[in-house]
Ligand binder design. Structure first.
Ligand code: UDP
Ligand code: MG
Length: 308
């Protein structure tokens, strides 16, 4: 069986276009399948719509969460529920063509791969977002050492063995493409052109994207700590030289040295310390979140053959 997990947050205008396309793909494959929609606390009738689709095709299963938990948690909920021997993940905005699942499945079936990701050879998306995403991927792949992730996102399919490894990583702040890349195994790619969202606005506000980028950087690299270390080293060198200058001036009788240099040192040292404390705070917050060990999501109801 193949499972496909799709998180849904207020996407009612897209489901009508998405579901027939997905079903077509699976019917053409001829294997048993399940399409698991995770309703992440939608308020626009998406759930109603999904349940209606389920009535027409029982391969469609619906999990509703108790509120909006976010993209990463919704995906995790679906992955933990999935039963397939192969499991795929996809967003529901048709930025990634469902037809590509066939190619992914064929590649996995050869037995030469454990994970197949969609490689975006081009992106037809809005310029601002494109630049920011590109910048993030550049920094992320350089600092984390997970280079294969540069042109990939969530769109992917993997074997049950790889999925089990993925789900064994229980961290609370999750960045699934990073975790997937961290897995290792034999990872392959299929190329495609990523499209603009088929309808509606992105459900990931720009602030969410920055948060996700921060989570990824903090979880997979020492970059924030390194950055502080280098800035601190730079400060030491600078102020060592400045200190020598002050002493020499004193000895040569050039003192008193002016107000500007004093103020600049105070500002510089003050802000550098605040920055460092902020970075340390981020780490402490993350440690705290892990130690609270709260579940990533709560399920309200599952619509499948067992629960109906
Ligand atoms: N999504 C979700 N919960 C959220 C935000 C988004 O389940 O809190 C879903 C959304 O419905 C979509 C996917 O996650 O299927 C990706 O969201 P979106 O396309 O808005 O993100 P982008 O592609 O702009 O990063
Ligand atoms: Mg999208």
């Amino acid at each position: 069986m193949i499972s496909l997990v799709i998180p849904v947050y207020n996407e009612v205008e897209l489901l009508g276009a998405l579901i027939p396309r997905v079903i077509n793909v699976f019917e053409s494959l001829g294997s048993d399948y399940e399409v698991i929609f995770v309703d992440d606390g939608s308020t626009d009738g998406s759930l109603q719509n999904l349940v209606e689709f389920r009535a027409t095709n029982h391969h469609i299963k619906v999990i509703t969460l108790s509120r909006n938990f976010g993209h990463q948690s919704a995906l995790t909920a679906g992955l933990e529920y999935a039963n397939g021997e192969y499991v795929a993940l996809m967003d529901c905005d048709l930025q990634d063509p469902p037809e590509l699942l066939v190619e992914m499945y064929d590649k996995l079936k050869t037995g030469d791969y454990d994970v197949i990701t969609g490689y975006r050879k081009e992106r037809n998306e809005r310029a601002g977002r494109k630049i920011l995403t590109k910048l993030f991927h550049r920094i992320f792949s350089r600092t984390s050492g997970l280079t294969e992730i540069e042109h990939t996102g969530h769109f992917s399919m993997m074997t049950r063995q790889a999925l089990q490894a993925l789900l064994s990583m229980k961290e609370k702040t999750r960045y699934l493409p990073g975790l997937r890349s961290f897995l290792g195994f034999r990872q392959g790619q299929v190329e495609y052109v990523r499209q603009e969202r088929a309808a509606g606005d992105s459900k990931m506000k720009i602030g969410h994207l920055f948060k996700l980028a921060g989570d990824a950087l903090f979880a997979f690299s020492k970059f924030p700590l390194r950055f502080c270390l280098y800035l601190g080293l730079f400060g030491i060198v600078l102020f060592l030289l400045a200190g020598i200058y002050v002493l020499v001036s004193k000895m040569l009788g050039w003192a008193p040295i002016g107000w500007s240099s004093t103020m600049i040192s105070i500002y510089f040292l003050g802000s550098i310390q605040l920055l460092f404390m902020g970075v340390l705070g981020e780490y402490i917050f993350r440690i705290y979140k892990e130690s609270q060990n709260r579940p990533l999501y709560f399920i309200k109801k599952i619509y499948d053959s067992v629960n109906e």
